[in-house]
Design a binder for this molecule. Structure first.
Ligand code: 13P
Length: 336
């Protein structure tokens, strides 16, 4: 077993999943302002250190993805954030792309940037304690998109990123996200998500990336938010598994889904059914941002000194997601 494969398995095995706490300062500002909290470095740290010190971290979280600001912060009790994360038994991850920009000659599409100087930044992140990384490509879909141009450029960037990360002895999470926005059907989401994942792996293989040391972070197969289709959770799970089977090489050890704007319980129920119906060899778990932190953030915003209630709210959500990662979640357990 390669070192990279061992790291990947440590993050996603035994019902554990990933906490995506890597919101950029701009995104975190939106999240905090939505609950009437000022977005200062201190407040961003306070919320995050409360979550990272919770009991739920030890039992349900195998890895935490951080943003550049957070990985360099010291907690209010004098520990570095990577040390706090490793004291719970989880591994530290870091978002290394520098964000999305408009793709030239395709006005509605995006390209993810961050390859310049990446090798040097990776070296520093490793020294700070990071053992895995994330890079997110974003696709809009409709009858004209994604364009070949967007798929080619984003897949190429994901592959360059992944090979540089493995050279630095870290596990790359590759995230080709198809957005929920739009009126597309579930079948269009299935077709287009399969296409972008396949293209991504074609490029990873061309770049000689060790697929046993990669975690794929895809979207679930859903109808667009403006679609009239009413799709059951069972149907979502079967279409999502069909997508994984026809687009992900078998050497990949695991899949960690993003929540992408689904409600907390929706993202939990869908993951649960995907695992119940899992007829693949992949470990299938969560890498949620909003679907793990939303309720905890709302609770914290009511009284930022009430760490216990914030942690209890997070612990429950993390436990439910972990049960779903094992196909053992139920409505009854959710409401207990
Ligand atoms: P959400 O689960 O909120 O979509 O965030 C996951 C993520 O890391 C997106 O890049």
């Amino acid at each position: 077993m390669s070192e990279l494969n061992k790291i990947a398995l440590k993050i996603i095995s035994n019902g554990k999943g990933i906490l995506a706490a890597d919101e950029s300062n701009a995104t975190m500002t939106k999240r905090l302002e939505a609950v009437n909290v000022n977005s200062t470095p201190e407040n961003r740290l306070l919320f995050r250190e409360s979550i990272f010190s919770s009991n739920g971290m030890k039992e349900y979280i195998g890895g935490v993805i951080l943003y550049d600001e957070t990985i360099k912060q010291m907690t209010s009790f004098g520990k570095s954030i990577p040390d706090l994360i490793s004291s719970s038994g989880a591994l530290t991850g870091i978002k290394v792309d520098t964000g999305i920009k408009d793709l030239e000659n395709s006005s509605r599409e995006k390209i993810t940037e961050g390859l310049d100087g990446l090798r040097e930044r990776l070296k520093k992140y490793y020294e700070l304690g990071a053992r895995f990384t994330k890079w997110r490509a974003v696709y809009v879909i409709n009858d004209k998109h994604p364009s070949k141009l967007a798929v080619k450029n984003n897949s190429h960037a994901l592959a360059r990123y992944a090979s540089l990360v493995q050279e630095s002895r870290m596990v790359p999470i590759v995230e080709p996200e198809v957005l929920m926005d739009g009126d597309h059907s579930v079948d269009s989401c299935l077709r287009k998500t399969s296409e972008v994942i396949k293209k991504c792996f074609d490029e990873l293989i061309l770049h000689k990336v060790d697929l046993s040391g990669v975690i794929l972070k895809p979207n679930m197969i859903l109808a667009g938010t403006k679609s009239k289709d009413k799709i059951s959770a069972e149907e979502i799970s079967l279409k999502t598994l069909e997508c994984l089977k026809n687009s992900v090489p078998e050497e990949v050890p695991g899949i960690a889904f993003l929540s992408g704007g689904q409600k907390e319980i929706e993202a939990t129920e869908n993951l649960n059914l995907i695992n119940k119906n899992n007829n693949t060899k992949f470990i299938i778990t969560f890498s949620y941002g909003r679907a793990l932190q939303q309720s905890a953030l709302r609770m914290w915003s009511k009284n930022t000194k009430d760490i216990e209630s914030t942690q209890n709210t997070f612990n429950h959500r993390a436990k439910m997601c972990s049960l779903a990662a094992q196909g053992k979640w139920s409505n009854k357990l959710e409401n207990k």
